[in-house]
Design a protein around this ligand. Structure first.
Ligand code: M6R
Length: 616
C-alpha cells in the first residue's frame, strides 16, 4: 500500500527514483510524485493523479533537475481521492520541505485543528499533509531534520512510514517507521530508503532492516538509525537473495503470466535443502524447537486473501498428519474476537509480503498474550518474519503482480513441510509415510509444469466467456479452498461476480443460483480418493447440470466418469488428494488472467487494489 523510495548519492537521482517507483508501482497506483533537491539547494517537485506513466509524461514535458537527493511515492489512496493535489509529496516550511507517507495517521484531525489554529492552511484532504506541515514547523524551530522528524513522529498515532527532505539540509533523507515497511539499501557512496528492496536491488543487494518506532538518516556516505528518542540502534543486516532480473517481466506479457510460469520453481525452491533422508530440516524456527512443538495442542493460522486459502488447504493436511486441531482465521477477525490462547497454542502467520498490517496486528495480539508465533513469509527481512519467534521462508522469488499466484503454491509447500516436521516430532505418522509424502511433494514441480503445458484450451474459453457476469466455483475437501481461491482470482482480475462453494453445501442454498448457462468450475477429486469424494462431486455435477449449468471440470487425466457430465474438462496429472491443490489451482489462475486480458483489463494492476496491504 503506497511505495516509497529515497536516494542520496552522486548518480542521476531523478532516474533512480523513477526506476524505483516503476518497481514499486504494484504497491499502489492511484497517483505518483517526486521531490528533488538540485545542486543549488532548491526543492523541485512534480506529482500526478493516475498511474506512474502520467508522472513520467509530465516530467518529459517539464523535466526536473537530476539532483543528488530526493524522494518519490506511488499512492494507494486512503484519505482523499486520487487527485493531483492529494498525490504525495506534501509540503511544509513554505515549500522548502517535502514529505511522503505510507499508512494512516489516525490522529490527523486533531493535529490539523492545532495547525489551523496556528494559521496554517491546507490544500489536500490527506492525513499526510498534516505531518508535512507539522514537520515544517518543527524544522523551523530546530533547523535539524532528524530532530524535527523525531519530534513529529512521537506525536503521530497510527501506522506510518515517512520520508522527508528539506532544501536547507541538502544531501540528507530522513525516514521513520511504525507498523509499516521501510528498508535501507546500502550502496557505495550512495544510499537508499524504500518500502521494499525491489526499489534498489538494481543498485545494491546489501540491505538493513529498520525496526519498529525507529528513525533513519541517510547521506551518501552515512546511515544512522535511532529510536524515536534519538538513542542509536543497530539495524539488522541482510542480503537480498535475488537480483533485479527476477523482478522484471523478462519478455512475458505480464508479471502475472511470468509468475504463473514460475510455480514449479517456487515449489522446488521452497522444498530445496529442507528434505534430507526422508525427514524435514527447518533451520529458522528459532525458539520454536522440537520440545515446544511436541507439547502444542492447537494451531491457529492467521492470514488474509490468497494466503488464507493456502492455509485452509494446509489445515486438511496438518490435521491429518499430526492430529493437532488447526484453525485458519482471517487476521483481521482474530484479535477482535478475544480468542482463547494458551502457551500450547502455536500461531502461524502466513504472508507473502510479510507486511500485511492485519496479519502483523494479529501477531502483536498473539505475542502480547504470550503465544509463540511462526511466520511463513516470502520476503526476506520483512516485519512479520522479524517479529515472529521463527520463520519458514517460502522461496518463490519476488511476486510483483497484485494477484497472488506462485506465493499460493509456495505457501502450501512450506506449510506441508511444517506439517510433516510436526508429524515426525510427535510421532504421529510412521517415518516411511513421511518419507513417501516428501517424495510425492518433490514430484510436484514437474507435475505443475505438465499442467502449465496443458492449459491451451483456456484462452479460448476465457474469450468465449468475456461477457459472463457470474462464475461459480465448487470444490470438496482440499478442493474447497481451491474453489475459493479461483473465485478470488476472477473477482480481482476480471471484476466478475465469482463465488466459491463447498460442493456439499450446494443443496443447502447456493443451487438456487443455477440457471441455464451459468458457468461453474468444479474441482473434481481423484477417482482414486479412498473416501470416495469423487463420486460425491460427480453427483453434485449432475445436480447442477440438471438445472442447466455449464460445467467446466478440472479433473485428473483419465477420469472418464466425469466426461459425460462436463462441457469442458481441463486435465491435471495424477496426484495424492492432499497434493492436488498445487495442480488444480493453476488452470484457475490462467483462466482469471486470460479473462482479464480478454476484457482488456490491466492484469498486473487491477483496479482499487495494491499488492501489499499495509493499512488496517
Ligand atoms: O502479502 P500477503 O500474503 O499477506 O497478502 C495477503 C492478501 O492481501 C493477498 O493474498 C491478496 O488477497 C491478493 N491480492 C490475492 O491475489
Amino acid at each position: 500500500m503506497c511505495g516509497i523510495v529515497g536516494y542520496v548519492g552522486p548518480n542521476n537521482t531523478l532516474e533512480i527514483l523513477i526506476a524505483g517507483l516503476k518497481r514499486l508501482e504494484y504497491r499502489g497506483y492511484d497517483s505518483a510524485g517526486i521531490a528533488i533537491i538540485d545542486d543549488a539547494n532548491t526543492l523541485h517537485s512534480e506529482k500526478r493523479a493516475g498511474k506512474l506513466v502520467n508522472l513520467v509524461t509530465a516530467l518529459e514535458q517539464h523535466p526536473l533537475p537530476a539532483g543528488s537527493t530526493g524522494i518519490a511515492h506511488t499512492r494507494w489512496a486512503t484519505h482523499g481521492g486520487p487527485t493531483d493535489t492529494n498525490a504525495h509529496p506534501h509540503y511544509g516550511d513554505y515549500g522548502k520541505l517535502a514529505l511522503i507517507h505510507n499508512g494512516i495517521i489516525e490522529n490527523f484531525a486533531e493535529l490539523k485543528e492545532e495547525l489551523l489554529a496556528r494559521g496554517h492552511t491546507f490544500s489536500s484532504e490527506t492525513d499526510t499533509e498534516v505531518a508535512a506541515v507539522l514537520l515544517g514547523d518543527e524544522f523551523a524551530a530546530c533547523h535539524d531534520l532528524p530532530t524535527a522528524l523525531r519530534n513529529v513522529v512521537k506525536r503521530l498515532e497510527g501506522a506510518f512510514t515517512i520520508l522527508a527532505v528539506h532544501q536547507d539540509q541538502p544531501g540528507v533523507v530522513v525516514g521513520a517507521r511504525r507498523n509499516s515497511p521501510l528498508v535501507i539499501g546500502v550502496g557505495e557512496g550512495e544510499n537508499f530508503l524504500a518500502s521494499d528492496v525491489a526499489a534498489f536491488v538494481a543498485h545494491t543487494r546489501h540491505a538493513l532492516a529498520i525496526g519498529q518506532d525507529q528513525v533513519v538518516v541517510i547521506t551518501d556516505t552515512s546511515i544512522e538509525v535511532t529510536d524515536f528518542d534519538g538513542n542509536t540502534v543497530e539495524p539488522v543486516e541482510f542480503d537480498v537473495p535475488w537480483d533485479a532480473k527476477a523482478a522484471e517481466k523478462g519478455g512475458w506479457s505480464s508479471f502475472m503470466a511470468k509468475e504463473i510460469s514460475e510455480q514449479p520453481d517456487a515449489i522446488a525452491n521452497t522444498l530445496r535443502g529442507r528434505i534430507k533422508d526422508g525427514r524435514v530440516m527447518l533451520g529458522e524456527l528459532g525458539t520454536i524447537d522440537d520440545e515446544y512443538l511436541a507439547g502444542i495442542n492447537r494451531i491457529i493460522v492467521v492470514a488474509c486473501g490468497t494466503a488464507s486459502y493456502a492455509s485452509q488447504v494446509a489445515k486438511y493436511a496438518i490435521e491429518r498428519w499430526t492430529r493437532i486441531p488447526v484453525e485458519v482465521e482471517l487476521s483481521h477477525e482474530f484479535r477482535y474476537r478475544d480468542p482463547v490462547l494458551t502457551p500450547e497454542t502455536l500461531v502461524v502467520a502466513v504472508s507473502q509480503s510479510g507486511e500485511t498490517m492485519d496479519t502483523l496486528m494479529a501477531i502483536h495480539y498473539a505475542l502480547e498474550n504470550g503465544t509463540k508465533v511462526l511466520a511463513v513469509c516470502n520476503t526476506q527481512g520483512a516485519t512479520i518474519a522479524r517479529e515472529s519467534h521463527g520463520v519458514i521462508y517460502t522461496h518463490a522469488g519476488p511476486e510483483v503482480a497484485v494477484a497472488s499466484t506462485k506465493a499460493f503454491v509456495a505457501q502450501v509447500a512450506a506449510l506441508y513441510l511444517l506439517g510433516l516436521h510436526l508429524a515426525a516430532v510427535r510421532g504421529s505418522l510412521p517415518d516411511d509415510e513421511i518419507a513417501k509424502t516428501l517424495t510425492e511433494l518433490q514430484a510436484m514441480p514437474e507435475k505443475v509444469t505438465e499442467v502449465l503445458a496443458s492449459t491451451e484450451s483456456i484462452p479460448q474459453l476465457a474469450h468465449w466467456m468475456a461477457d459472463t457476469r457470474s462464475v461459480l466455483f465448487l470444490g470438496r475437501h482440499v478442493g474447497y479452498p481451491v474453489a475459493l481461491e479461483g473465485a478470488l482470482k476472477l473477482k480481482e482480475l476480471a471484476y466478475i461476480h465469482a463465488e466459491g462453494f463447498a460442493a456439499g453445501e450446494l443443496k443447502h442454498g447456493p443451487i438456487a443460483l443455477i440457471e441455464p448457462g451459468q458457468p461453474v468450475f468444479v474441482i473434481v477429486p481423484s477417482p482414486r480418493n479412498p473416501q470416495n469424494l469423487h463420486a460425491k462431486v460427480v453427483s453434485n455435477i449432475q445436480e447442477i447440470r440438471a438445472r442447466g449449468a455449464r460445467v467446466l471440470a478440472i479433473a485428473e487425466i483419465g477420469d472418464t466418469a466425469v466426461l459425460p457430465f462436463a462441457d469442458e474438462v481441463i486435465p491435471i496429472p495424477l496426484a495424492p488428494t492432499l497434493l492436488q491443490p498445487l495442480l488444480a489451482v493453476v488452470p484457475l489462475q490462467v483462466f482469471a488472467m486470460e479473462l482479464s486480458q480478454a476484457k482488456g483489463l490491466d492484469v498486473d494492476q487491477p483496479r482499487n487494489l495494491a499488492k501489499s496491504v499495509t493499512v488496517e
